[in-house]
Design a binder for this molecule. Structure first.
Ligand SMILES: Nc1nc2c(ncn2[C@@H]2O[C@H](COP(=O)(O)OP(=O)(O)OP(=O)(O)O)[C@@H](O)[C@H]2O)c(=O)[nH]1
Ligand SMILES: [Ca+2]
Length: 963
């Protein structure tokens, strides 16, 4: 029998004790009130409202008290106050609520800083504040570990409690644990921003402190009586505010006090959002002692718990499935279904805990996480995002999220957007991204949007210091406080002048500067033509639906594993125009300089081989001379590697140019001149002899002969690379390591007889994104950008098993092991939790050939590969092999490597790894593999639906899960 704990708490300082009483009688049939002790000393204190002049027309702040005023005033520190949700709605005007100390901005209210100051010296006034939207500020230091959540409670004196404005939204006693968690979430990845965030407080508060749970800022008018009258003396505290989404819970726009406009907004909202969605933070229905499970009240803060994304209730593993049911909207208490999430938890949507993974099967977990991320109620409410001072409507939010180049991980908050250049940032800060320009989103940009103080302007915004530094480094003349007009392509002109002065991001160095200064640069993908049009067309399609129709496939692999070859194949296979005119021109030059590069490698090899032979001859000669003097073996000191003087001088020049790193610079001018010579040289016996020893020339790629064989054609000025040429060409995919292509799988003849349901399939768009290993940064930190991919395709070059490369620490390591290490780091990356992985075992053609003469055991990881022995071991084994087919050694070895990776993957994730051997240079092979990827995605989806609809392993009753 579980004792019902009324309350038990000891204050941290060890001096004051809240009393605790433990009920030990039989279970009671009725609900017991639950209480949480409050130590008045520890309640953050409000700034006193200055000169409240209560005129008639002044809209009054609203109170929803938990307890009656006299309770509060009499025995505040001793009384147990029932856990309560008091959600009040505050409306203020500058004249009624201005903090003395705070650096209050003209129109604003009390800043949280002032709140804190007050808190320390004024125990009678209660005021708490939290800015939660972007990085949640917490004042735990002031409140001894108690997390005081959003809102403001202020009270001038106890007598006028009822008439003043109080809000106790949020709990007084959130556990230390949760404040620690919050701190972690603030200080973790974003710790560098923390101070910024603090400084931000003033600013954010200006708009938003008074709003309910987050500084959603704009707050439309609320007529005074509304809430007060309803709840003023209402001790029953389950009232969760007046919860119509939109106007009622928001505050009057103080800065632009335009009644009509507000009214318009009201109408718009009620038209668009007829449903009633509670906006005020929900409180857990039950609550035990600190750290215990909210359902069974057992456990302590160390007990592993799952948290409700709406009300923050925490459940132990025994209770979670019962408390949360089938989780149609993700991890919410059954009673919280239909309620919007706590915005501070948005970043965790879809990120499953270990506990759920243990309790449910993989498919269920996937489905729940998917629902959590995609279901409508969990989507970001549009007016939580404010752009240039204007809260967005649904259409604007969709436009913003669906544009080709959207802001990353949009959270509630205030942003500025320069529609001309696409620059985007948090209000009061430097730009964080360049998004798609020219979108009709938010209001006009304000001069002080980014809080710059440089007197230099870009498109009407005073820029920040770092931006100015960047401009200077980019060579932009900034003397004389210029006003620039910057377009989305980076071209800029001075205001009032007609001619373009240059391109800000044009120079290669500028991007680097931006990277160093953490400033955004235009993204490549933003200028994919056609994208914009289609996104505008589909603009009314909500994000969560649209997202399903674009499946992203992330293609990664260790350097040289063939990812760019596969990427190019996809373009050639599925795009009508695989490469643009421009691209072809660049590729042509790249190929031509590659050819000279290959020649250079050959010529250098030739020199080495010649010297080797001559050296040996000399040795031999000197020993021969002493033994058998006289008998000379004829040839006049020449070796097969010798070349004539004409070639020799060309060779010297080319090698010198290569060493100086100037190879690219001599093109395309040199091309015409040297082309005939190159052809002659390539056919020369010495070069051919060198080429026959190509395996000794590590620098020479296997594709070299493909181009050298046709050197004359390739080096012509009017050469146009074929698709095959482009496929074989090295170094043409991208310069920055990131490339992406959108495509649909072409409708094949065999698809025609599939019913209409599947016709839809052909509409599905896919995006293949290729990233270079070295483009991922330290600890793969850029991988986070790819959290919305549907699958990771990891490429490994099978033929790497006997290759070596220098690893990060500078030691020579087997390339297969380097690949393996990279694979592990990607698989374990938190971004790819629960993600499907398809392993491509590439270069199967090279591999098949190689294993015949280089044993697979060259790589330590494959040391137990003994295919021949195992076949000899048992006859049954052999016959079973024979029944299937006669696998080649290459196939056996490939299978073995696949199993190695599958086991590795399973040991890390407990999941199944899909594997496909590939010949990257063969179109059909790549086509087959990408279609396999599509099947996996489809299959996973179907399986998940299947399992949940008919064969669900659990229901709301969760009977099957009671141990
Ligand atoms: N024989 C053979 N060669 C391949 C295959 N796939 C790729 N290659 C060659 O392997 C080399 C490296 O391939 P890439 O596609 O450039 O590899 P990558 O992963 O982009 O490597 P980095 O550009 O170094 O990151 C190229 O010369 C390709 O032509 C294949 O299946 N078989
Ligand atoms: Ca490459």
């Amino acid at each position: 029998m579980t004792p019902v704990i009324a309350s038990a708490q000891v204050a941290e300082d060890g001096i004051q004790y809240s009393f605790a009483a433990e009920y030990r009688g039989p279970p009671v049939p009725y609900d017991l009130p639950r209480a949480v002790p409050i130590n008045v000393q520890k309640i953050p204190v409000a700034a006193v409202v200055k000169q409240v002049t209560l005129s008639d027309k002044l809209a009054l702040p609203v109170v929803q008290p938990i307890v009656s005023a006299d309770k509060l005033s009499k025995n505040f520190s001793k009384e147990l106050i029932p856990t309560a949700v008091v959600s009040s709605v505050v409306e203020t005007r500058d004249d009624c609520c201005v903090s003395k100390e705070a650096g209050v901005k003209s129109e604003t209210t009390v800043s949280p800083t002032s709140v804190i100051e007050r808190a320390t010296d004024n125990a009678n006034c209660v005021l708490s504040g939290e800015l939660s939207s972007s990085g949640a500020l917490e004042f735990s230091n002031y409140a001894s570990g108690e997390l005081v959540s959003s809102s403001k409670v202020f009270d001038q004196s106890n007598e006028n409690l009822n008439s003043s404005t109080i809000e106790f939204s949020g709990s007084f006693t959130k556990s230390r644990e949760s404040s620690a968690r919050l701190r972690e979430s603030i200080c973790g990845k974003e710790s560098f921003d923390f101070n910024d965030e603090l400084n931000q407080a003033d600013w954010e508060s200006s708009d938003s402190v008074l709003s309910m749970d987050y500084p959603s800022s704009r707050v439309s008018s609320l007529k005074t009586g509304d809430c007060i009258n309803k709840n003023n003396n209402d001790d029953d505290v389950d009232y969760i505010g007046d919860v119509r989404r939109g106007p009622v819970v928001t505050f009057r726009d103080i800065t632009s006090d335009d009644e009509d406009e507000d009214d318009d907004i009201d109408e718009e909202y009620s038209l668009e959002e007829p449903r009633i969605i509670p906006r005020v933070k929900r409180e857990p229905e039950t609550r035990g002692k600190k750290g215990s499970c909210y359902r069974c009240f057992k456990g302590n803060r160390f007990t592993e718990k799952e948290v409700c994304i709406v009300c923050d209730a925490k459940y132990c593993s025994t209770c979670v499935l019962r408390a949360m049911g089938s989780m149609p909207e993700g991890r919410k208490c059954v009673t919280c279904i239909g309620y919007p999430i706590d915005e501070t938890k948005r970043r965790n949507l879809g990120k499953c805990s270990r506990m759920l993974k243990r309790l449910l099967n993989q498919l269920e977990v996937r489905q729940i996480m998917k629902a959590e991320k995609l279901c409508e109620i969990n989507q970001l409410p549009p007016d939580y995002v404010c752009v240039n001072g204007k809260p967005l409507c649904l259409e604007e939010l969709v436009t913003l999220q669906k544009c080709p180049n959207p802001p990353k991980k949009l959270k509630p908050g205030n942003y500025w957007y320069d529609k001309v250049s696409g620059l985007w940032g948090k209000e009061g800060r430097k730009p964080s991204k360049i998004i798609t320009p020219h979108m009709n989103v938010g209001g006009p940009i304000k001069q002080n949007a980014s809080n710059g103080n440089t007197l230099v302007f870009i498109n009407g915004r005073e820029i920040t210091k770092v931006e100015l530094r960047m401009l200077q480094l980019a060579g932009v003349q900034c003397a004389g406080n210029p006003h620039f007009w910057v377009n989305d392509d980076g071209s800029y002109q001075e205001e009032g002048q007609k001619n373009t002065k240059g391109f800000i991001w044009g120079k290669a160095g500028t991007k680097l500067v931006c990277a160093v200064l953490s400033l955004p640069v235009p993204s490549k993908s933003s200028n994919v033509s056609g994208e914009l049009v289609s996104s505008q067309m589909s603009r009314s399609v909500p994000d969560y639906i649209e997202r399903r129709t674009l499946q992203k496939l992330l293609l990664v692999g260790y350097h040289g594993s063939g990812t760019s070859t596969i990427f190019k194949q996809a373009r050639i296979l599925y795009k009508d125009v695989p490469f643009s005119e421009d691209e072809r021109e660049n590729i042509k030059l790249k190929i031509q300089s590659n050819v000279y590069g290959y020649l250079g490698i050959l010529l250098e090899g030739r020199e080495r081989f010649e010297e080797e032979i001559l050296g040996e001859r000399k040795k031999k000669q000197s020993s021969d001379e002493t033994e058998t003097a006289g008998s000379s073996d004829g040839d006049d000191g020449k070796t097969i590697y010798a070349i004539g003087p004409r070639f020799k001088s060309f060779s010297d020049w080319l090698l010198k140019t290569m060493v100086s790193g100037n190879l690219e610079a001599i093109f395309p001018a040199a091309t015409r001149e040297y082309a005939p010579l190159v052809e002659e040289l390539w056919k020369d016996a010495a070069i051919q002899a060198t080429y026959n020893r190509k395996s000794e020339l590590e620098m020479l790629p296997s594709v070299a002969s493909y181009f050298l064989d046709r050197a004359v054609d390739v080096l012509r000025t009017d050469y146009e690379p074929s698709h095959l040429d482009i496929l074989y060409a090295e170094g043409v995919t991208s310069t920055n390591g990131l490339a992406s292509v959108d495509f649909t799988f072409p409708h094949s003849a065999s698809d025609d007889n599939i019913d209409t349901a599947d016709q839809h399939e052909s509409l599905l768009r896919y995006q293949l994104i290729r990233v270079q290993a070295r483009g991922l940064g330290e600890n793969c930190k850029w991988l986070e950008m790819f959290e919305d991919v549907g699958m990771v395709i990891f490429s490994v070059a099978l033929s790497d098993y006997d290759q070596y490369a220098v690893d990060g620490s500078g030691s020579l390591t087997n390339k297969m092991l380097l690949s393996k290490k990279f694979f592990e780091s990607i698989v374990t990356h938190p971004t790819f939790d629960q993600m499907d992985f398809l392993l491509i075992l590439n270069k199967f053609d090279l591999f098949e050939e190689k294993v015949e003469h280089v044993p697979l055991t060259q790589c330590d990881w494959f040391e137990d590969f003994h295919p021949v022995m195992s076949r000899h071991h048992s006859s049954s084994n052999r016959s079973s092999n024979n029944i299937n087919h006669n696998p080649t050694l290459g196939q056996l070895a490939c299978h073995y490597v696949a199993v190695k990776f599958k086991r590795l993957y399973y040991s890390i994730t407990g999941r199944k790894l899909y594997v496909s051997p590939v010949r990257g240079l063969e179109p059909t092979s790549v086509d087959t593999t990408l279609k396999y990827a599509r099947e996996i995605l489809k299959w996973e989806e179907e399986r998940a639906n299947f399992s949940l609809s008919e064969y669900s392993m659990y229901s709301t009753e969760a009977s099957s899960f009671s141990h």
